[in-house]
Design a protein around this ligand. Structure first.
Ligand code: F6P
Length: 537
């Protein structure tokens, strides 16, 4: 019998219980099903989980050897077993922690040295000391994709109120539209291009980097002064022509989707300055310490993970929505999509055997309140249950617009309440009683019924500061780790992205017309033919 069957039995035993029944039975539920840590509150009381079910979920942690796996991660053991690597993004924010050995060697001197080099470079760019061919650098273009784009792009947007450095832009897509639209209007003599790629082989990034270099040369800029690289592959950065003093290296134990804390965060540091970047790291470090020391029942990442497993593995809800009521977290759902789906979207366990249940869920979302006027209809009345993860700050950054923020908070809280309460048929009838009667009243009322009993969790924090953003990102990183350990997955490889890359490489010459599509399936060959017929390729 699998661990999930026990939990499913417990869930089935609760029958058609309503979340409101849980509040009625336990007046202290709001407190008992919430974690307060590091100034934030994670409230999971609006889920259909009782104490016995929570205890059974918590037991999964010990059953999976979570404490040992956690220590193995923090202390540099090669837990990424399919790639034979340690997983040490936590070392990048271990600002005043102790040594972290990998293969008997403390990595911290290298981490701190790398950080010092980033600070010096970012400081020079911000002060105008580092200059382009045409003077002080006004704009920074980060070229990267996946983890080499989403982290800094998300964080730069999130921390806009702290932005006092040059303007930052992000180019990721190999679609020429991305780089063309970004470079248009920029001065090639006063733009810094940062090529961010762990491997320095990613086709999208290298194609964009070459295009940017040509643009700079044609426009009178000086790539020798105006290009920097963030990579583990220093031989390749040198071959591209980037001077070693503008190359910021990192080790292979930093996974792409966990890399914003080190050199990949350079654009963020240039945007907000080294002091605010330090606060970002310190927030993450505080969450690391919390994750490492708090009991399972008081541990925010653990409870966020267990709530996720409850909904996905036990209740069978296929997706979860991340709904930040924070416009500046607009890119967070995309960031979390990579973090969660690239980490836990696997079919086999660490030992290569099939999983005993589904892998991680589909993650999606948009900022509130925008989503309310788009897809919330389905969340409230559709047949699929979508567990929602709401986020909101108590205070915004626009004191003169406090009335906006009040409305934002009210909407966020209203949605989780509405999802839980729903609207009963008798209330729906009362709503339309004046306008209709008889069968028409019944028909109209049916459309206005909300089933309710729909689960959500809420993360509330004082204000979206660098420190809080660091805490939030680290919270989600550890959530993914805990879910992965309990699922038995290696959350740190991503073999599933390889096949598409290989096929794209083989299709390149076919799309170009240099090779024939014979040998491809009929659909692919016909699509290539369409491109050629319309002048493409
Ligand atoms: O193809 C997936 C992936 O390897 C991600 O894991 C990574 O974040 C992204 O591509 C970019 O890789 P790189 O930083 O090596 O260019």
């Amino acid at each position: 019998m699998t661990k999930w069957e026990d939990l499913k039995r417990l869930q089935a035993a609760a029958g058609a219980r309503h979340i409101l029944d849980l509040f009625a039975a336990d007046p202290a539920r709001a407190k008992g099903f919430a974690v307060d840590a590091l100034g934030m509150r994670f409230d999971y009381s609006k889920t259909n989980m009782d104490s016995a079910q929570r205890a059974a979920l918590i037991a999964l942690c010990d059953g999976a050897g979570l404490a040992d796996r956690r220590e193995a991660m923090f202390t540099g053991a090669p837990i990424n077993e399919t790639e034979g690597r340690a997983v040490l993004h936590t070392a990048l924010r271990n600002l005043d922690g102790g040594p972290v050995p990998v293969d008997g060697q403390d990595v911290m001197p290298g981490v701190l040295d790398g950080l010092a080099r980033m600070r010096a470079f970012a400081g020079a760019v911000r002060s105008g000391k580092a200059r382009g061919a045409g003077g002080a650098l006004t704009d920074v273009v980060n070229i990267g994709i996946g983890g080499s784009d989403l982290g800094p792009a998300m964080a730069v947007m999130a921390l806009a109120p702290y932005h006092d450095g040059p303007r930052c832009h992000f180019v990721s897509n190999v679609d020429g539209a991305d780089i063309a639209d970004t470079l248009r209007g920029l001065d090639p003599t006063r733009t810094l291009v940062i090529v961010a790629s762990k491997t320095f082989t990613t086709i999208e990034t290298m194609t964009n980097a070459r295009t940017a270099k040509a643009w700079m040369e044609e426009g009178g800029g000086d790539p020798a002064r105006q290009f920097a690289a963030l990579s583990t592959a220093q031989d390749k950065t040198a071959a591209f022509g980037i001077d070693a003093d503008k190359v910021f290296g990192f080790a292979d134990w930093v996974g792409g989707r966990y890399s914003v804390w080190g050199p990949i965060g350079l654009s963020l540091m240039i945007a907000i300055g080294a002091k605010a970047f330090d606060a970002f790291l310190r927030g993450a470090q505080a969450m690391d310490n919390h994750f490492r020391t708090a009991d399972w029942g008081e541990n925010m990442p653990v409870l966020l993970a267990l709530t996720g497993l409850w909904h996905h593995q036990v209740c069978g809800y296929a997706t979860r929505a991340v709904l930040p009521y924070d416009q500046r977290l607009k890119r967070l759902p995309a960031y979390l999509q990579q973090l969660e789906m690239e980490s836990n979207g696997k079919s086999v366990a660490m030992d290569g055997t099939p999983l005993d249940g589904p892998s991680g869920p589909v993650v999606w979302g948009e900022p509130g309140t925008n989503g309310q006027h788009a897809f919330y209809q389905l969340i409230h009345q559709g047949t699929a249950v979508v567990p929602c993860e709401f986020m909101v700050a108590a205070v915004g950054h626009e004191p003169e617009l406090a009335h906006h923020h009040r409305l934002l908070v009210a909407n966020c809280l209203a949605q989780s309440e509405a999802l839980m309460r729903g609207r009963a048929p008798e209330d729906a009838r009362a709503k339309v009683a004046g306008a209709f009667e008889g069968a028409e009243l019944e028909r109209q009322a049916a459309h206005r019924v909300f089933p309710g009993n729909r689960p959500s969790v809420t993360l509330i924090y004082p204000q979206l500061t660098p420190e809080i953003l660091g805490q939030i990102i680290a919270l989600y990183e550890h959530r993914v780790f805990v879910e992965g350990v309990i699922l038995g997955i290696n959350s740190f490889d991503q073999w599933g992205v390889e096949l598409g890359k290989e096929l794209a490489t083989s299709l390149g010459p076919i799309v170009e017309g240099a090779e024939s599509a014979a040998g491809k399936d009929g659909s692919t060959a016909a699509l290539v033919e369409f491109v050629h017929r319309h002048g493409g390729g």
